[in-house]
Design a protein around this ligand. Structure first.
Ligand code: BMA
Length: 340
């Protein structure tokens, strides 16, 4: 164990590759066999990307954004023994309402998967008279019950914390428009029951650094560490040829996560490889999940690449926390509690 502790389960079978010797100035490195999910991964699905995974049983489970061959995104369940090679259900996840009746969203994308206490929550973006957040819960990955939509439209990138804080569920989200949203900050909301959400707080704004100067959005569920909540998020800049999505890192206060303790002024990963630069939407790296091992501090980051593939990258908790702290620039809106 290193100097920074990860609070959570040990996952000794977390996917891992040591850092290549040539990489000296970056704390995150890519899996050499990327992308781990390629085009046309299963029947009727043209692309899988922006997807979330976690340990389950003696293997791993995940919720995957599958772009159907009619262009409409939906969420599919996948299973894996090693968290690298995945098998997907052919049918969409069969969401039901509380009475057990079918209750399918019109479309669903960018799912996150977070376990809080004994329940797994799937959080995604869907139509609610415009782009907004949908949620469902399961305890067995067989029955999936939709729960109330947490927020008014328009909103995206909702990410649940993996435990209650001061007795409440806590969720990050990014209020948006219903299109390609040329703005956006990360906010936080609390709920005692997963039905009523409030106590909204501003967490962090789009960055002053150029790589994240258009908008930001939550990525993977925050990782609880002895330094605070480690958050991988996406930051976007606009160019004459469209948006570029990079992965950033921040550390939020453990008891008051609307306070940003450290925020890395440089991106942690930006489109460089062919599968990140070339695809349905070029120049996108979009983190949606991590798997981490409390024992070794190993962290595997799952990210969508070019709205076409799933990539895998690695870091180690001591290294990433040190890097974020060494390169941290926080401004007044990061440091404040976030209510006006
Ligand atoms: C965002 C979301 C993501 C997508 C990204 C880049 O607005 O829709 O699903 O990866 O754009 O196209």
């Amino acid at each position: 164990m290193g100097k920074i502790e990860i609070y959570g389960i040990s996952t000794p079978n977390v996917p891992w590759q040591d850092k290549p010797a040539g990489i000296t100035d970056a704390p995150v490195w890519r899996y050499s066999e990327n992308p781990i999910i390629s085009r046309n991964p299963s029947k009727g699905i043209a692309r899988i990307f922006n997807s979330a995974v976690m340990p389950y049983g003696d293997g791993f489970i995940g919720v995957f954004r599958g772009e159907q061959t009619n262009g409409i995104p939906y969420i599919y369940l996948g299973k894996s023994k090693d968290a690298i090679r995945w098998e997907f259900d052919e049918e969409k996840i069969p969401f039901k309402d509380e009475e057990g009746n079918d209750f399918m969203p019109k479309y669903a994308y960018d799912p996150r998967l977070v376990k809080v206490e004994d329940t797994y929550y799937i959080i995604w973006c869907q139509d609610f008279y415009g782009a907004s957040i949908g949620m469902a819960k399961t305890t067995d990955f067989k029955t999936f019950t939709r729960i109330e939509n947490p927020f008014l439209p328009f909103n995206r990138n909702a990410v649940l914390f993996p435990r209650k804080i001061k007795g409440n569920f806590v969720m990050l989200s990014r209020p948006s428009d219903s299109g390609h949203t040329p703005f956006g900050d990360i906010f936080l909301s609390e709920s005692p029951d997963m039905i009523y959400w409030g106590k909204h707080r501003h967490v962090m704004g789009k960055g002053t650094e150029w790589w994240e100067n258009l908008k930001i959005g939550g990525g993977a569920a925050p990782i609880e560490t002895s330094e605070g909540w480690l958050l991988f998020y996406h930051g976007v800049t606009g160019t004459c040829n469209g948006y570029v999505y990079s992965i950033g890192g921040a550390i939020l206060d453990i008891d008051n996560p609307s306070i940003v303790k450290y925020r890395c002024e440089t991106f942690l990963l930006t489109p460089e490889e062919w599968y990140e630069e070339r695809g349905f939407v070029p120049n996108v790296t979009f983190p949606c999940a991590t798997i981490q091992d409390a024992e070794t501090g190993r962290i595997a980051i799952y990210y969508g690449a070019a709205d076409t593939y799933v990539g895998l990258a690695f870091t180690q908790v001591d290294e990433i926390v040190d890097y974020i702290k060494e390169h941290s620039v926080v401004n007044d809106t990061d440091l404040e509690i976030g209510i006006r």
